[in-house]
Design a protein around this ligand. Structure first.
Ligand code: MG
Length: 371
């Protein structure tokens, strides 16, 4: 098992699942975990081996006795271990976005060489993976990913400058971390999913459509050449796609709740507003452009989201920062994970400068209104 800094939750997971090895973010967290284990009832000779840092992460992800890796570390810190696991030919259940958004080309080349199985855990791609089992790849015409539309689906565009982080964090259907929730409010998250779908299923961006479906019951649809469309439906519970990645190609019983067809229900579908949510449009453009554009897209967005959460920039500035970063950062062809991490770092530092400029303007304006 690997974790970041939450040693409290990790302790309870160690006691419940008794892993052989545990990796945490750094030595400081490792020491905290040691104190917690010492205070627990678990005798020291039954503790897992306790490791820390990114090298240890790669070691456990590629260890011989591992057959399946669930890659769920948030951010680029999950990239190297996931890539090495793919190279080692493991089955990888993928819940980390950066692996394909930032490293798509390099990672997919490794998948082709090693024959590793990449099974998406994100609900939309997992749904698509299921729908694609119904036909041949050559028969697929397009993929349709659904989007909840986020909390500002019905907010007029001119009101978006006033929305607060608290409002943006109030996602209608999924309970998630703060970055992905903001990314859902801007539809950036759906843009990332379009990029990931292109890599996962070898599709051109023109073959991936997004449709807003506020109820989040249909996760994805695949349209075949004959006009038949298959959809994957389930309640919003991530345990189902996680289990799918673990048991594929088998299906096992799962504890998730079921759709209740004795109740009347209405599902809506409508096209996304690319004018109101320009980050979705930018994602298509970056995937078409290729090279490192999608890596810069992700890096700039993460910096912008942090600044928005700190109330330093407005909601429409999120897209502004990302667009300006992309315009100023020259795209190049990444050839290795190290290249990608370098592009990620440089893009972030440029995005931070652009945030400072905008935040500075915002603060000066607020000051002049006060005086
Ligand atoms: Mg999703």
């Amino acid at each position: 098992m690997a974790a970041g800094r939450n040693d409290a939750v990790l302790l309870s997971q160690i006691l419940e699942f008794r892993p052989a090895q545990v990796v945490v973010a750094n030595e400081e967290v490792r020491q905290r975990l040691i104190s917690r284990l010492s205070a627990s009832l678990l005798p020291a000779d039954r503790w897992p081996e306790l490791l820390a840092g990114s090298r240890a992460l790669v070691e456990v992800a590629t260890a011989g006795e591992i057959d399946t890796l669930i890659s769920a570390i948030v951010g680029v810190s999950g990239l190297e271990a996931t890539y090495q696991s793919v190279r080692a030919g493991k089955r990888v259940g993928l819940a980390n976005k950066e692996v394909l958004v930032s490293g798509g080309q390099v990672v997919m080349e490794a998948v082709r060489r090693s024959g590793a199985e990449l099974i998406p855990i994100d609900s939309e791609h997992n749904g698509a993976h299921q729908c694609l089992r119904a036909g041949e790849r050559s028969e697929v015409r397009r993929l349709i990913l659904t989007a909840s539309g986020g909390p500002f689906r019905d907010t007029p565009k001119e009101k978006l400058a006033e929305v607060t982080p608290a409002q943006a964090l109030n996602h209608p259907t999924w309970k998630m971390g703060s970055r992905i929730t903001i990314d859902s409010a801007t539809l950036m998250n759906k843009g990332f999913e379009v990029i990931e779908a292109c890599w996962l299923f070898d599709l051109d961006p023109s073959q991936v459509d997004v449709v807003v479906h506020p109820q989040s019951s249909v996760h994805a649809m695949v349209e075949y050449g004959d006009g038949s469309i298959l959809a994957q439906l389930s309640v919003t519970d991530m345990r189902m796609p996680i289990q799918y990645a673990l048991t594929y190609p088998e299906r096992r019983q799962s504890p998730v709740s079921r759709m209740d067809w004795t109740q009347a229900r209405t599902w809506q579908f409508y096209p996304p507003d690319l004018d109101k949510f320009p980050l979705l449009r930018l994602a298509y453009e970056c995937q078409r452009a290729g090279g490192s554009a999608t890596c810069t897209l992700n890096a700039a967005d993460e910096v912008a989201v942090e600044a928005f959460l700190e109330e330093r920039i407005t909601f429409p500035d999120l897209a502004g920062i990302v667009e300006d970063t992309l315009a100023r950062f020259p795209s190049r062809e990444p050839e290795s994970i190290q290249d990608i991490l370098g592009i990620d770092r440089e893009s972030r530092s440029l995005a931070r400068q652009l945030v400072e400029q905008r935040a500075g303007r915002k603060e000066r304006l607020a000051q002049s209104l006060k005086t």
